[in-house]
Design a protein around this ligand. Structure first.
Ligand code: ZN
Length: 438
């Protein structure tokens, strides 16, 4: 169901406030008791309805510029960076989100139905952007942590087109961040580390001949079948890094060869994609792929995006876990956290969207998931109590005191001191989960 054509969009209505009895029926499961979820859903829908496929993010960037009233620290054609005032002794947390989406699949404009926002980019990642905008609008004047908000373009394109190098060059503030949280869809789990991503071309060269007399030539397809056999049969390598299990895989993602039905082909070209674990450097990954290919064919490396280190021993990450009762998972893919990690920054993914909906025609994000991310991040940034999950009284100031600790990076949790219910929730936070979709 969509909002009726004659109804103003919720974000355009001044009376769309928390707890207000406005449109609960159109939000399905969301009632007026879920005013926050309602408002975040409305924000997300408004963002979905501003088309922003990669390289066409300008209108959405303008909307962000109109909405955020914090100090603008940096702006270029590909990014906007805002921040609260820097205070000495306060860690800086950077929240980051990309403005672009993949191309539309008949899924724009969006709609709200059954407690979820449906439409292009709802999950990846306009729901995350809505949470960022809501936080930027509602943070107290003196949050417990210093906070920066980075909105950037062209994330859905090859890494060579990334908008982030220009941000790193023009905004030294980014390098001050003690934790970067990218609000990509993670189903409200904290995903740490990420795989490296190496693309290569493997070419097999034979000798062409008439297909009636193949013994006069050398069939490049036959060479490819033999040469690829050890690669396609290679099982995933499971790699434990800081207690999290990554799966390293090589996939043949393309193969081309042959020019006619009566010609023995003299050339077959294959594309290889190697997703390698964070325990390898890019150079080690290249050597590993050369070893795997052996002397078969000619291997040319096309691109190699480094992995991201697994954030460990971070008091801020532990505090983030405790703020939302979040599970911690390995990121079984490549994401821009690697670009922050390459600067030496600790970066993780945490967002309300679900990976299973990203880039799909039925893309959606649940309003309740938006509210959960918002509430947890707000607790994390402000130290305010409230919501459904317990949080340490002031973990920033009590970093060395005994108390709730999460199981990030395989650390063993200490028992929480709070109520039985909070204890149960925190036990969930301590669990290091490796089984969810990512
Ligand atoms: Zn994304």
């Amino acid at each position: 169901m969509r909002y009726p054509a004659n109804a103003a969009r919720p974000d355009e209505r001044k009376d769309c406030a928390i707890g207000q009895r406005t449109w609960p029926d159109r939000l399905g499961r969301v009632t007026q008791a879920d005013g926050l979820a309602h408002r975040l859903a409305a924000r997300t829908l408004a963002l979905v309805d501003v088309p922003s496929p990669s390289r066409h993010e300008a209108r959405l960037a303008e909307r962000v510029a109109r909405e955020v009233s914090l100090e603008l620290v940096f702006r270029d054609e590909g990014a906007l960076l805002y921040a609260t005032s820097r205070r000495s002794g306060r860690p800086l947390v950077l929240l980051a989100g990309h403005l672009d989406t993949v191309p539309a699949q008949g899924n724009i404009p969006g709609r709200i139905e059954n407690g979820a926002v449906w439409g292009l980019g709802a999950s990846d990642m306009k729901g995350g952007l809505a949470v960022m905008l809501e936080l930027a609008a509602t943070l107290p004047a003196e949050p417990a942590l210093d906070v920066a908000f980075l909105f950037f373009a062209r994330e859905e394109l090859p890494a060579e087109e990334s908008a982030l190098p220009a941000v790193f060059a023009g905004a030294p503030l980014v390098d001050e961040a003690e934790l970067v949280i990218v609000l990509e869809p993670t189903d409200n789990a904290i995903q740490v580390g990420c795989l490296g991503n190496l693309n290569a071309t493997l070419t097999f060269t034979g000798v062409s001949a008439h297909s009636a007399r193949p013994w006069l030539g050398v069939n490049a397809v036959a060479l490819a079948v033999d040469g690829l056999a050890p690669i396609v049969r290679l099982p995933p390598r499971e790699v434990e890094v800081a207690g999290l299990c990554f799966k390293e895989v090589v996939t043949v993602t393309g193969i081309e060869g042959g020019i006619a039905a009566n010609v023995v082909p003299d050339r077959v070209t294959c594309r290889l994609n190697y997703r390698y674990a964070p325990d390898r450097s890019p150079a080690e990954a290249e050597n590993e792929l050369r070893k795997l290919v052996g002397g078969e064919g000619t291997l040319v490396l096309d691109s190699n995006s480094p992995p991201a280190h697994v954030v460990a021993d971070s008091a801020l990450l532990e505090r983030l876990c405790a703020s939302g009762g979040f599970a911690v998972e390995p990121k079984q893919a490549w994401t821009p956290v690697a670009e922050f990690a390459a600067r030496g920054l600790d970066a993780v993914n945490l967002g309300p969207g679900a990976p299973r909906w990203a880039h799909t025609r039925d893309e959606q994000v649940e309003a309740a998931a938006l509210a959960r991310t918002y509430e947890a991040l707000r607790r994390f940034l402000t130290d305010e109590r409230g919501g459904t999950h317990g949080s340490p009284t002031n973990p920033l100031l009590e970093a060395d005191a005994p108390g709730p600790r999460c199981g990030c990076a395989g650390r063993s949790p200490a028992p929480p001191k709070e109520s039985a219910q909070a204890a149960t929730e925190l036990v969930t936070a301590f669990r290091v989960s490796a089984g969810k979709k990512g």
